[in-house]
Design a protein around this ligand. Sequence first.
Ligand SMILES: NC(=O)c1ccc[n+]([C@@H]2O[C@H](COP(=O)([O-])OP(=O)(O)OC[C@H]3O[C@@H](n4cnc5c(N)ncnc54)[C@H](O)[C@@H]3O)[C@@H](O)[C@H]2O)c1
Length: 261
Amino acid sequence: MSGRLEDKIAIVTGAGSGLGQASAKMFAAEGATVVCADVNGDAVTATVKDIAAAGGTATAVQAELSHEDEARHVTDVAVERYGRVDVVYACAGIAGAGTAADTSMEDWAHVIAVNLTSKWLSFKHTLPVMVAQGRGSVIVQASIGGIVGVPGIFPYAAAKGGCIAMVKQAAVDYGPLGVRVNAIAPGNIPTPLVYESYRNGGGMGAAYGVEEGLRRAAERFPLGRLGTPEENAYLATYIASDESSWTTGHVFVIDGGVTVP
Ligand SMILES: NC(=O)c1ccc[n+]([C@@H]2O[C@H](COP(=O)([O-])OP(=O)(O)OC[C@H]3O[C@@H](n4cnc5c(N)ncnc54)[C@H](O)[C@@H]3O)[C@@H](O)[C@H]2O)c1
């Protein structure tokens, strides 16, 4: 690795698993000091141990990020411990299977709380810090489900579409103040979230079950396979770094070409 995030302080949410975990590790390997947040305390502690074992610097914070006081606490830890925040990668999320008619109010509220509200709360309290610094990069994890129709993920898609609108709005509000806000929209990357979605009838899971559904899904990707957490992490590292300094308000699709018309 080449120090692309040297001296940066980065918050990564959902760092206990999947894409957030891979990104937290890559950010640290690229020289960032990483505040790793997740509702799963054991998992995020394990991520931080792995980062330390690899020679990096990280702190674990257990937080339910759909609760504003806990989300604010993550920013507070970063500022109190390290004095600044250069990057927030709001990656934590959950699956959200269902259709418009069969989604209950309870499921809707939960999926929106975690996949949309928590994304906002993850950077809401960091924005004043970044504005005072005159710079910062916010990355919100959306999904191709927020851009194109995917069968059986109604509340999830609504939340991800909201993430994309939120990013564009925040980008125009905060660009003049030096803060960049971008979204990442991945296609399928097998993680616990995707397995749960397929088990509950999301994507091709409804017709074919988990393993066969994922195999058939992979065939639809022009590159012939699903993605990896590391491929997503390379993109997140680019947006976190100064290499992307003239980019804001955009949705970076990373999907093996599956949404190419
Ligand atoms: N894997 C994919 O194919 C894919 C595709 C598009 C978008 N995404 C998005 O990427 C993000 C990461 O997903 P993943 O696939 O790595 O899933 P994952 O299940 O592997 O990891 C999600 C992490 O978020 C944490 N989390 C869940 N709810 C939380 C909460 N309320 N507060 C704090 N932490 C919480 C979990 O404990 C877990 O560690 C999500 O926003 C997801 O919607 C994933």
